[in-house]
Design a protein around this ligand. Sequence first.
Ligand code: 4NP
Length: 158
Amino acid sequence: MTRLLFVCLGNICRSPTAEAVMRAKLAAAGLRHVEVDSAGTQGYHVGEAPDERSQRHAARRGYALGALRARQLVAEDFERFDRVLVMDAANLAEAARRCPPQRRDRLALLLDFAPQQPLREVPDPYAGGPAGFEQVLDLVELACDGLLAQLKGASAAS
Ligand code: 4NP
């Protein structure tokens, strides 16, 4: 079993989007040995469903976010998850600060898996307009394709 954790600030916009997109891509590819979850570095929205704007934009592309609930990143996540994929540099720094040194190699920026486009961070859409939510979906879909290709390669090799 491979376990992936997507991390953003509040766990109501970017990381639940990534969780739902990756889960859909794994199901479509028939990869059943990969578990997916998401968390926020901060606890402002713990227990809440994803932001309604994220839900609405994702639903238009066929991703259902409504059943997800926000939670905060905990120390145990660095033991449980093989990869902790973070949306931006500030949250990567925060996650790294809380991560035991021997687990830091599990941490990466999500967009490391989408090197064909110029951004390194998934911009926070929370305070902006609809285009930001579309951009999150575009970037997350590209990166999840990259991640999926790597996971397929790894399962073919083993
Ligand atoms: P997320 O977006 O990190 O993608 O879930 C945000 C959610 C909430 C806040 C900021 C960003 N906030 O300030 O409450």
